[in-house]
Write a protein that binds this ligand. Structure first.
Ligand code: SAM
Length: 232
């Protein structure tokens, strides 16, 4: 297919962390257009028990953190490398009275300052699809490392899967992808990836999967629940 080969993201030489610091103040608008619907479904499919210790990878504005805190009686952890996002998350958590129930880590999902086998549940929503291809595997390995044996991970990303209307919208997205810097002066980083293959290749056992879509435009999104096998 003509536009099937958007394999990798292209970032400015300066890197892309600064972009999230800048966008942190209006990122809730992007969330509203794209991410709230799939993230709401994540909460249903994740089925978090109140005693589980949870880590949210790349928590952004803290939307999921707030919801997870309400479902657990433990301290909920999150990691994000953007100081701007940390600040906005802290404000959102404080507004909801949840700040003292969370532990935010300013750090990189590719190399987390977290001990092995620490968490029952790791959630990574709209993070794998914005990493360069060679870093997706690294992030998955890190997620597996910090999960307890038998623990589960839930990953969400834009996906190459999806039929009919979803497929058409994906092709539109992929077609537009190289043009966005010219049209918008801004390149959204996420692009559709083969999430289930990446997750399986990293040694997780997939237990549930679902194809859904972003809120406003029906771009296909994949949600995967997978397990770290007790012997891995
Ligand atoms: C697309 S947003 C997703 C936010 C949130 N998970 C959600 O679903 O709304 C991406 C977030 O990933 C963070 N991020 C990107 N690369 C990262 C990395 N290598 N380590 C830690 N955080 C990262 C950004 O700072 C930003 O907050």
């Amino acid at each position: 297919m003509l536009f099937e080969d958007v394999q990798d993201v292209i970032y400015p030489k300066s890197g892309y962390k600064g972009k999230y610091d800048v966008s942190s103040r209006y990122y809730h608008l992007i969330m509203g257009v794209f991410e709230i619907r799939p993230n709401t479904e994540v909460l249903e499919i994740a089925d978090i028990r109140e005693d589980e210790k949870v880590l949210d990878l790349a928590f952004g504005t803290g939307w999921l953190l707030n919801k997870i805190v309400e479902r657990t009686n433990t301290v909920v952890y999150g990691i994000d490398f953007s100081e701007g996002m940390c600040k906005v998350s802290m404000e959102n958590l404080e507004r909801n009275g949840n700040l003292d129930r969370t532990q935010l880590i300013l750090g990189d999902v590719l190399s987390m300052p977290i001990k092995d086998n620490s968490f029952d549940v790791v959630i990574g929503s709209f993070i794998l699809d914005l990493l360069p291809k060679n870093q997706i595997k690294v992030a998955l390995e890190e997620a597996k490392r910090v999960l307890k044996p038998g623990g589960r991970a839930i990953f969400v990303s834009m996906t190459k899967k999806g039929e009919g209307l979803l497929r058409s919208w994906r092709l539109i997205y992929e077609m537009m992808y190289p043009l966005w810097p010219t049209i918008l002066g801004y390149r959204p980083s996420s692009r559709p990836i083969r999430l289930s293959e990446e997750v399986a290749n990293a040694g997780f056992r997939i237990t549930k999967s679902k194809i859904t879509r972003t809120n406003f435009f029906p771009f296909p999104v994949e949600i995967i629940v997978c397990k770290k096998e007790a012997d891995s």
